[in-house]
Design a protein around this ligand. Structure first.
Ligand code: ADP
Ligand code: ADP
Length: 233
């Protein structure tokens, strides 16, 4: 896949319900434009695994399929976006997830607009992946990921070459703790109640771009790349 090393792509926000393909697409944008994926889910799972104070506060909430508090998540994102690898742009995957987080992000980016030391464009490209409900259930229950390299698979749609082993490094694939059927329902409910308004927020300000996420992975990627290219042309 062709890489673009020099372009400032600025912030890109990927919205969509659990299982929509945000992580899968974020990794492809990262490979092409060489900007980091900032996945709040991955960052929180890392904190849980490390047993940090944040991880201890988030663990039970995540296991129930509910959202971690805005204060904790926004502070975690603030720390991550300060890192130098975010200066040319970054892909927010799983953030913002509440209207309060979306307002907080706009305020943060507004501040940066007046900070000439940070060249990153202020306003994000906001892309929502839309996927049919039954397809989401199938994707979530079939999801597996590599604990070593983070690559995402699906036992139905994107299986590894050798059953349950990562194609890249041979590590045994894992199922996420919250991808169990009994946790999926509360996660989808949290999306409807708390995250759907985020799309409305961006829609009202004319910044929401919708992509049909039911399509094959490559087709979704092609459309996302086109949106990014159009935004910068
Ligand atoms: P999210 O980050 O939005 O929760 P993921 O990127 O982890 O979603 O994808 C969820 C599951 O669906 C994974 O198992 C992934 O391999 C699979 N998947 C992602 N995009 C597609 C697609 N366009 N078609 C079929 N399966 C997909
Ligand atoms: P998915 O890829 O299936 O959409 P994530 O990996 O993004 O799921 O998130 C997993 C869990 O981490 C969420 O169910 C929630 O508990 C927590 N989480 C992730 N991002 C946020 C956020 N922006 N605000 C609050 N909680 C979050």
């Amino acid at each position: 896949m062709a890489q673009e090393t020099s372009r400032d792509v600025g912030p890109i926000v990927l919205l969509g319900p659990p299982g929509a393909g945000k992580g899968t697409q974020a990794k492809r944008i990262m490979e092409k434009y060489l900007v980091p994926q900032v996945s709040t889910g991955d960052l929180l799972r890392y904190n849980v695994a490390q047993g940090t104070e944040l991880g201890r506060a988030a663990q039970a909430v995540m296991a129930r399929g509910e959202l971690v508090s805005d204060d904790l998540v926004c502070e975690m994102v603030r720390q991550r976006l300060k890192q130098p690898d975010c200066h040319r742009g970054y892909i927010l995957d799983g953030f913002p997830r509440t209207a309060a987080q979306a307002g907080w992000l706009d305020a943060l980016l507004d501040d940066r607009l007046f900070d000439n030391s940070r060249p990153t464009r202020a306003w994000p490209i906001v892309i929502r992946l839309e996927v049919d409900y039954n397809e989401l259930l199938c994707r979530i229950t079939g999801r597996r990921s590599c604990p070593t390299c983070g690559r995402i698979y699906n036992i139905h749609f994107q299986p590894p070459a050798v059953d349950e082993l990562c194609d890249v490094d041979g590590t045994k694939l894992e199922t996420r703790n919250d991808d169990r059927l009994e946790v999926i329902q509360p996660r989808l409910a949290a999306y409807q109640e708390q995250t759907a308004p985020v799309a409305d927020y961006y829609q009202r300000t004319g910044r929401l771009i919708c992509v049909n996420g039911d399509q094959a992975v490559d087709e979704v990627t092609r459309q996302i790349f086109r949106i990014i290219e159009d935004h910068h042309s």
